[in-house]
Write a protein that binds this ligand. Structure first.
Ligand code: GLA
Length: 413
């Protein structure tokens, strides 16, 4: 399982100035070689614990079993969404007599091991949530002082991913030490458990984050506060990512991903064009694709967007390069993501929230010169609808119509 992770640094701001790939040490567990894909309950279902009042939406084994079934029968697993992840509020208020974690007995009467069996029988993987500090963010028992025991418990339950939060961490030293310890404890169990961290989010106010160290211990990490079901929230994630891209982008690669938080597509807050923008940009950013929505009642439109295989392929590209913003002009944003074999994904977002569709003239010199296609690049538009533009030579200009708060996503081969 000891893999040497290849990490790439990519050009920022200056067109066509590529740096050489550099080798750094990612978490050497051989997992998450492409961004993890799945479903996570938090944004949509939060911490509803009253199953008498809200049996359909409370955080319970019923919710996860129903979601597991839908993921298999409605094509989500086939599209690549494999991790079914529990977030906060699954725990009983206290550890058991041996200090072991236990699920809430009313809401998870069969226990987590049985739920893992159910999920595995359907070809899915199970994710769970804990916290590096004394308590989880919602006030349930945290892992501080119990890293070894909790890692062992998760391994015995056959959990496949741990989202490890950072509330109530104590000192910066305890926070950082806790993440290192849990990572090593998980490795020692011998089970393949993807580790999703929030280390940089909590450390950033106190120090300059050392991303190569974070990447040594975590498969993915959150940098910013929680996403919510709104366009302003999605925009703020994009803006922060672009501002910090010089430190974020070089840290990402196979086994180690910046996590801009959940996809909220299919909920209540985003218009169609804004959903297209979230999907396109999360793919450009090589983000983990963890949906938080209700798959039991999602619209056909949102489902088709989330299951679009050509779009997902941009996210899952095996080169594992995180895309970056190369241009911000006249309320347009241009991002690109290098793909395996010299191809390129390109997105154009219209950040105007007034007026109608606007034209953006895309020329080859705006893009990274290293695209291997040379004079004869072939352009396919993947979003908002599929369209073939044909060949795009070095002097060619593409005229793209982009809706307000919408995005055009292209693939250039
Ligand atoms: C923090 C995390 C969220 C979610 C909640 C749960 O706020 O950042 O993603 O896990 O805790 O309490």
């Amino acid at each position: 399982m000891e893999l040497r992770m290849l990490k790439w640094t990519w050009p920022f701001l200056l067109f066509g100035v590529a740096q050489w790939p550099v080798v750094t040490n990612g978490l050497r567990n051989g997992l998450a070689l492409t961004p993890p894909m799945g479903w996570l309950h938090w944004e949509r279902f939060l911490c509803e614990t009253d199953c008498e009042k809200e049996p359909y939406t409370c955080v319970s084994e019923r919710l996860f079993m129903e979601m597991a079934d839908v993921m298999v029968y409605q094509g989500w697993l086939d599209a690549g969404y494999q991790y079914l992840c529990i977030d906060d509020c699954w725990l009983a208020p206290k550890r058991d007599a041996q200090n072991r974690l236990q699920a809430d007995p009313v809401r998870f009467p069969s226990g987590i091991k049985k739920l893992a069996d159910y999920v595995h029988a359907r070809g899915l993987r199970l994710g769970i949530y804990q916290d590096v500090g004394k308590q989880t963010c919602a006030g349930f028992p945290g892992s501080q002082n119990y890293y070894e025991l909790d890692a062992q418990t998760f391994s015995e339950w056959e959990v496949d991913l741990l989202k490890f939060d950072g509330c109530y961490y104590g000192t910066l030293e305890q926070l950082e030490d806790g993440y290192r310890r849990m990572s090593m404890a998980l490795n020692r169990t011998g089970r393949n458990i993807v580790l999703s961290c929030e280390w940089p989010l909590y450390a950033r106010p106190l120090k300059k984050v050392n991303y190569s160290e974070v990447a040594e211990y975590c498969n993915s990490w959150r940098n910013f506060g929680d996403i919510s079901d709104s366009w302003s929230s999605v925009k703020s994630v994009l803006d922060w990512t672009a501002v910090l891209q010089d430190s974020l982008v070089p840290a990402a690669g196979p086994g180690a991903w910046n996590d801009p938080d959940m996809l909220v597509i299919g909920n209540f807050g985003l218009s169609w064009d804004q959903q297209v923008t979230q999907m396109a940009l999360w793919c450009i950013m090589a983000a983990p694709l963890l949906m938080s929505n209700d798959l039991r009642e999602i619209s056909a439109e949102s489902k088709a967007l989330l299951q679009n295989k050509e779009v997902i392929a941009i996210n899952q590209d095996c080169l594992g390069a995180q895309g970056y913003r190369i241009l911000k002009v006249d309320s347009f944003e241009l991002w690109e993501k290098p793909l395996f074999g010299g191809s390129l994904a390109v997105s154009v977002t219209n950040r105007n929230e007034i007026g109608g569709p606007r034209r953006f003239l895309l020329s080859r010199i705006m893009l990274w010169k290293g695209t291997a296609c040379g004079d004869v690049c072939y352009v396919t538009q993947l979003l908002p609808t599929r369209k073939e533009y044909g060949y795009f030579n070095t002097t060619g200009i593409l005229s793209l119509s982009v809706n307000p708060s919408g995005t055009v996503l292209l693939r250039i081969d």
